[in-house]
Design a protein. Structure first.
Length: 490
């Protein structure tokens, strides 16, 4: 899938005036964030080259560079709307390929730390449910149709070119060892969490990037099951952990995906992780705070294949926007800026919102190499990242044995008792008060900022509490129980 580009010699680090000839951008990384970045850039730049070290499949198949794709991924409405704006028609493409658009909370059975959420008969937000391979492939196929987008897969990035004052392009190495230079008016690093971006910056003299990590010791195990006949509209089922309880946090989730399958992901923090042992999978699912996921799994059969197990689930954030000095014409997006515990389902949506922030700044600047543009983009990207980071780390740091580290700044810490208490009140009220449920999902799906929870009407409603007695059982309908063989024996 390698397409030609038009590399040129490295240019001087200092530039003045508008670029002569076609404008060029290089995107490092051909994953979801990289493809979204390319979709945004072609609106402002003449030629966009995507550099990817692996080989991108031409269908919804696994990528060796994305092992976490084997676990549950959901795209919340806050991110899905942004991606639809960047790539019109992509939602229709996902659904045509087998994904489901699941209304929230109608299509969700969720046991939160404060109890079962009610399935109000009105859509407040939504999520896109499918495998990560399918989601990425539909985006990739649409972006690569654009005549201005060129893909260089099986190309490894060697270094940034330029100086601490401005990046002028990149040097890459092909699979046969040939090196080449790609000149660019803008370089976008979308190469992911494991990319040595800080080291690459140090190579041109840019240092002092603060970094923080919160590691709850989370582990994941995932397996596909054959969905029973008649469950085509089955809800997402999720049992969450209770971070303020001093025991390992364990969860179990069923997400209906394409090809009439359930993707089931179990998770546990340090001291309570799931394993890859197939004989223990259902046992673990029954042992979380409520056994409903295990009960549902007992009514169907696992599909052939190994259980996927992952341990790389550290929350990590790099504060590029705070760097003492930032080079012109270089931007970092997606997981390279921040990664989150996958349990919260934020990564893809936050990455999409970061791309949208870049697009907005590009539109305001009018040219890709405008002075100060890269710094402004990096600061704009930090907005949605900050909201998701606080939501994830303020919970994860509470689990037994959680490790919080920082380079160049204060260590991450739990939310203040006042803030933590209010978040608990919001979640509890959301179990029985519709107005709070709406506000809850607006923020959780990243469709609104956390300030949504501070609206006077929501504050009053949260303080009044749920208003209805708590549900005592999973809110599955009689038809849904019938589809999987009837109510469980008690």
């Amino acid at each position: 899938m390698t397409s030609p580009s038009s590399p040129g010699p490295s240019a001087p680090s200092a530039r003045s005036g508008p670029p002569a000839g076609p404008t060029r951008a290089v995107v490092i990384g051909g994953g979801l964030t990289g493809m979204l970045a390319a979709a945004a850039l072609v609106r402002h730049i003449d030629e966009v080259t995507v550099v990817e070290r692996g080989e991108l499949p031409d269908g919804p198949r696994p990528r060796r560079e994305l092992p976490q794709a084997r676990h549950v991924h959901v795209l919340y409405s806050g991110g899905a709307r942004v991606i639809e704006d960047l790539i019109p028609g992509v939602t229709e493409g996902w659904l045509a390929a087998g994904a489901r658009r699941i209304p929230l909370p109608t299509g969700l059975v969720s046991y939160t730390a404060q109890g079962w959420l009610r399935r109000w008969p009105v859509e407040m937000q939504y999520l896109i449910a499918c495998t990560r391979d399918l989601l990425d492939w539909v985006v990739r196929a649409r972006v690569l149709r654009h005549r201005a987008v060129h893909l260089l897969d099986r190309h490894e990035l060697i270094a940034l070119t330029g100086t601490r004052d401005g990046v002028t392009g990149v040097r890459v190495r092909t699979s046969d060892g040939t090196e080449r230079a790609l000149e660019a008016d803008l370089v976008v690093d979308a190469s992911g969490a494991g990319s040595p971006t800080r080291e690459r910056l140090a190579g041109i003299g840019v240092t002092g990037v603060e970094e923080r990590k919160v590691d709850s010791g989370l582990g994941y195990a995932s397996r596909f099951y054959r969905a029973p006949a008649g469950t085509e509209n089955f809800p997402v089922v999720n049992v969450q952990s209770a971070p303020r309880t001093p025991v390992p946090g364990q969860t179990a989730t069923i997400v209906p995906v394409e090809d009439r399958r359930w993707l089931v992901t179990l998770s546990g923090t340090r001291g309570g992780r799931p394993t890859g042992d197939p004989d223990l999978f259902e046992t673990f699912a029954r042992g979380v705070r409520h056994p409903v996921v295990g009960e549902l799994l007992s009514r169907t059969e696992p599909l052939p294949g190994e259980i996927a197990v992952s341990r790389s689930t550290v929350n990590g954030r790099r504060y590029f926007e705070r760097a003492p000095h930032w080079p012109e014409r270089f931007v970092v997006l997606g997981d390279g800026v921040a990664t989150y515990n996958p349990l919260y389902g934020q990564g893809m949506s936050v990455a999409a919102q970061g791309v949208a922030a870049m697009a907005a700044e590009l539109a305001r600047a009018g040219r890709a190499d405008a002075p100060g543009l890269a710094r402004r983009i990096q600061r704009a990207v930090a907005g949605p990242v900050g909201v998701a980071w606080e939501m994830a780390t303020s919970q994860d740091v509470l689990y037994p044995g959680a490790v919080a580290e920082s380079t160049g700044g204060p260590r991450p810490r739990p939310s203040s008792p006042l803030v933590a208490g209010y978040v608990d009140r919001i979640t509890e009220a959301a179990t029985g008060r519709m107005s709070v449920t709406q506000a809850f999902f607006d923020v959780v799906t990243l469709s609104s900022g956390a300030a949504r929870w501070l609206h006077p009407d929501i504050v009053v409603a949260a303080l009044r509490g749920p208003g209805r007695p708590p549900l005592t059982a999973p809110p599955l309908t009689a038809k849904e129980w019938e589809a999987i063989g009837g109510y469980p024996a008690r």
